[in-house]
Design a protein around this ligand. Structure first.
Ligand SMILES: [Mg+2]
Length: 105
């Protein structure tokens, strides 16, 4: 499945579940992505137990999936072309120097 197809499906699910009945403040949606990253950090700190929502996967996998879902839902609502932007950014990153010219992290 292409990323654009996943984006469409994720956003359609969110719309069907009522998350887009009102305009969504961009800052709020962006911070919800951060909360999923925080949940991923907590999963890691707890030793990355098995997810209780998606059996067979770890909690870290679940929360990182949530991050992607949040990003693609927002992109779907905002009409952003994440699939092509991702490809363009990956191509750009290929051109960058080792450690981007000396960054430590
Ligand atoms: Mg989560």
């Amino acid at each position: 499945m292409r990323i654009s197809e996943i984006q469409t499906r994720v956003h359609e699910t969110a719309v069907e579940h009522g998350w887009w009945e009102q305009p969504r403040p961009v800052g709020e949606v962006l911070m919800l992505m951060v909360t999923e990253l925080a949940e991923a950090m907590e999963a890691y700190r707890e030793g990355n137990p098995e997810s209780d929502k998606i059996p067979g996967y770890s909690k870290l996998e679940e929360e990182l999936a949530d991050v992607i879902i949040r990003v693609l839902d927002f992109a779907g609502g905002a009409g952003l072309d994440i699939e092509r932007a991702l490809a363009a950014k990956m191509a750009y990153n290929d051109t960058r120097p080792y450690r981007h010219g000396g960054k430590r992290a």
